[in-house]
Design a protein around this ligand. Structure first.
Ligand code: AMP
Length: 527
């Protein structure tokens, strides 16, 4: 086996790491930087750019520059989240034939895993130039709150760029692993992870090399971008009032405002006041128009305080699931760039009654944890390290009248499985249909549809006689599998699983061939 890398595929930035002499080491990208923007752009001549170069295209080539694709991965086009995201994204989204969301590139569409695979492919090539050798395997991280479809889609993205995924692990768990292994401290820890697009809270226990995740919770739609959008809205409204010019139709101007908003937000983590200066942002018949505004930390905090507050019920739920009170937590670890905001740090300190740990680099710790996990898997890390993660959601099936029966509860230690017996409701029924769902909603329609499961070829018998054992399992990657056995015949029956979303294995393979063969994607006349 070649080198194994740990990858933190972030919404806004990604990071890679490896193990060097049993210690995690961040691998710089080809520009020598520890993190790479998770951005892919296609120029007019069909050239594909990734990372910093792609990000520079965001203002001038916004329709063909894809960022924050992690927010789209594993999602249905019609979901409220995608409908909301669409309003803000400068590139177009389209519904795929299976209902998934795709991005529009000229006359073509691309799936989110395909775009993410280009970011991963770039990171893989950075690691290859670092080692001077091919890289074949990776441990990849996902937000703890990613559902099955989002996890599978992330794994597909890695496969498309030619990486073998050894394990998918949760980002906060990876951070906990890196922190715990580094400090060798025992006790209870809370990992508060607020990145560019997602929020996760994980409660875990370190005890002599065993890392046991007790509970996890989060919000897949809360992250740094929401903070940027608040500043953007403020600038937009103010400009509209002052000039009567609506910037929403001007993608280039909006992108400039968005970038300035993010920059101002970052600066306000270190200063009390900053100036936002955007000359020639628009014009009317009379003159050119500019944006020049002073934003204070206090105003930013007033604009975004509710976003910070949205994390609190999630922390409370995770602690309740772990049957712990905040004062039992001995270490608070902050992960994700947005935790640099002083208001976030203040609120977390207030909640737990203790200051977060220092000397943790929130941009790098997740990739370092992924590299450690690769070392545990291939035996490079020999101290007894056992990582016990949990399921982020319940798994169950649809029952009569939009009912939902939970089979596996959330926060069960992974891997886990449960067998449930089913029977028929009609005489001589030859098949049963099982709709597998993931989520916490009490009605079937409130949960994520994973698969429609059909067991065919049941022996003819009166209703209620056949005994069908259906096994529900969640593997160490957090991915669900379902299989069935007809007890009457004793044979494992052939089961049809029709995935409700995502790419088919044949599509993943086709994309892998295209991508590793470096086919150039040509843009259509509009591209
Ligand atoms: P991540 O996904 O962990 O890379 O987090 C990226 C998010 O962190 C983006 O929304 C950034 O704008 C945000 N971020 C990075 N640095 C800072 C900072 N100094 N203050 C506030 N937010 C930041």
């Amino acid at each position: 086996m070649g080198h194994v890398i740990g990858i933190d595929l972030g919404t806004t930035y990604s990071c890679i790491a490896c193990l060097e002499g049993g210690r995690p080491l961040v691998i710089p990208n080809v520009e020598g930087l520890p993190t790479t923007p998770s951005v892919v752009s296609f120029t007019g001549s069909g050239e594909r750019l990734v990372g910093t170069l792609a990000m520079r295209q965001a203002a001038t080539n916004s329709a063909n520059t894809f960022y924050a694709v992690k927010r789209l991965i594993g999602q249905k086009f019609n979901s409220p989240e995608i409908q909301e995201a669409q309003k803000r994204l400068p590139y177009k989204l389209k519904e795929a034939p299976n209902g998934d969301v795709h991005v529009v590139l000229g006359s073509k569409t691309l799936s989110p895993p395909e775009i993410s695979s280009m970011v991963l492919g770039y990171l893989k090539s950075c690691a290859e130039s670092f080692f001077g050798e091919p890289v074949s395997d990776a441990v990849i991280t996902v937000p703890a709150h990613f559902n099955d479809a989002q996890r599978q889609a992330t794994k597909d993205a890695a496969t498309i760029c030619g990486l073998e995924v050894q394990r998918v692990i949760n980002e906060p768990t990876a951070a906990g692993l890196a922190y715990g292994l580094d400090t060798k401290k025992n006790g209870l820890a809370a990992v508060f992870d607020l990145g560019g697009g997602t929020f996760d809270i994980t409660i875990l226990e370190f005890s002599d090399g065993v890392f046991h995740v007790l509970a996890t919770n989060g919000d897949s739609y809360l992250g740094g971008e929401d903070f940027d959008n608040r500043i953007l809205e403020w600038l937009y409204e103010d400009f509209l009032t002052e000039t009567k010019i609506d910037l929403s139709a001007d993608k280039l101007a909006l992108q400039r405002v968005k970038e300035a908003a993010e920059k101002a937000k970052r600066e306000l983590s270190f200063t009390m006041e900053t100036e936002i200066n955007l000359p020639f942002i628009s014009s009317d018949k009379a003159s050119s128009k500019h944006i020049r505004k002073v934003l204070s930390r206090q105003t930013l905090e007033a604009m975004t305080g509710d976003l910070v507050e949205r994390t609190v019920p999630r922390i409370e739920q995770a602690l309740a699931d772990a049957r712990l009170s905040p004062d039992r937590i001995a270490h608070v670890i902050l992960v994700g760039g947005q935790t640099r905001m002083p208001l976030v740090q203040q609120r977390v300190t207030e909640f737990f009654g203790r200051k977060p740990e220092e000397h943790v680099n929130p941009d790098e710790i997740v990739a370092m944890g992924a590299a450690i996990q690769s070392g545990i898997l291939d035996g490079q890390i020999r101290d007894l390290v056992l990582l016990l993660d949990v399921t982020p959601f319940a798994l169950g099936i649809e029952t009569e009248g939009d009912g939902y029966e939970r089979i596996i509860e959330r926060n069960m230690t992974l891997p886990t499985h449960k067998v449930k017996a089913f029977t028929t409701v009609e005489h001589n029924q030859r098949r049963v249909r099982i709709h597998v769902l993931q989520g916490e909603g009490f009605l079937a329609s409130m949960n994520k549809s994973l698969a429609v499961f059909e067991l065919v070829g049941i022996e003819p018998a009166p209703a209620g006689v056949p005994q069908i054992d259906v096994t529900f399992e969640i593997n160490a990657d957090g991915l669900a599998r379902v299989s069935a056995k007809d007890k009457e015949t004793g044979l494992e029956q052939k089961v049809e699983v029709r995935p409700s979303s995502g790419l088919l294995p044949t599509e993943v393979e086709e994309m892998r061939r295209r991508q590793t063969g470096r086919e150039v994607i040509k843009l259509g006349p509009n591209g």
